[in-house]
Design a protein around this ligand. Sequence first.
Ligand code: AVJ
Length: 325
Amino acid sequence: MTDPAAAPVETREDDEVGALRDEVWDRLQRRRLSSRWFYDRRGSELFERITRLPEYYPTRTELALLEAHAGPWMQRIRPGSVVELGAGSARKTRVILDALVEEVESPVYVPLDVSAEFLRATAEGLRTDYPQLRVVPEVGDLTRPLPVVRHGDPPALFALLGSTLGNFPPEMAIRILGHVARAMGADDRFLMGADLKPGPGKSVAELVAAYDDAQGVTAEFNRNMLRVLNARAGTDFDPEAFAHRAIWNEVEGWIEMHLVSRGGATVTVPGRGAMEFAPGDSVRTEISTKYDRATLDHLFGEAGLEIVEEVADPARRYAMVLARL
Ligand code: AVJ
C-alpha cells in the first residue's frame, strides 16, 4: 500500500506553484512578466530605497501635496473612516491620520492589503501611536471586488496613493476604479495620487530618470523579479545576464521597464519547458502609466466616478484628485 503523503516533497507541485509556473511560462512567451512579482522582502526594501532616490520625485511630491491639503480635506469631508487601498508607505499614512484624528472624534482606519502579515504589523504600530483611532485591517485585492468595508460613521474616505493605478492597463484600471465606486456611497469620497505626463514643467528625460537612476537601485529592483521567480517558481534565471531598461512609450502614455538579455540566455520553467533569449531580446516587467486630466476624467467616468478637485505641484509632475459617485 502506498501512502501518498510519503511522496518526496521535491517532486510534488502544489496547486499554487503549478498555477504560477503556468502563468510564468505563458507570460514568457508573450515577453511580459507581471509587476506583482517585484515584491518579496528584498523587492519591498529596494522599492523603499527607490522612494528616497533624488530622481524618484513621485513619493516626495505626493507627500508634500498631502502635507499641504490633508488638513483642509479632512475639515471639509469629516470622514468617519479612511479606507486605504493597498496600505503602503507609513510616512504618507501618518500625514493622513494626523489630519484625521485632528478633525474627527473617534475615527476608523481601514488598511486594505493582500498581505495579512503586513497588515498585522501595520495595525500594531498605529494602535500604539494613535490611541484615539480604531484600526480595522481588511485583507483584499484591488483587482477583485472590494470586501464590504463599512466601519465608523459615514462618510468614508477611500484612498489609493502612490499612483498605484498606473501599473494597470486602462481596462484593468477602469475595473479597479469600478470596484472602488461600487463600495462607495453618495457622500463618500475617493482620493487618488496620479503621476502626470511630461509637460512644460516636466521633461521626458526627468521622467525616464525616475525609472533609471544613477545608483542603479531601480535596475536591481527590476532584476529582483527574476530572483523572486527563481525562489517561487523554481526557474533558473541568471539575473546578471539581464540589463535594466526604462522607456517612455509616448503612444500608450506609460513608462515601460524591460529586462534585456545581454549575451543571450536560456531559462527553464520546471515541467513547462525552456525558453531562449537571443542577445538583445527583452521581456517587459512593468508599465507605469502617466496621466493628464483628460485621461483621468475618462477613466473615472467609465467607472461611474466624477473628479471634483485636483491639486498638483507647481511643475505639474504629480497630481492628487478627489472624486465622488
Ligand atoms: C509603486 C507602481 C507606483 O510605477 O512608479 C518604481 C513602482 N517601478 N520604480 C511606479 C516603480 C519602478 C512604482 N509604483
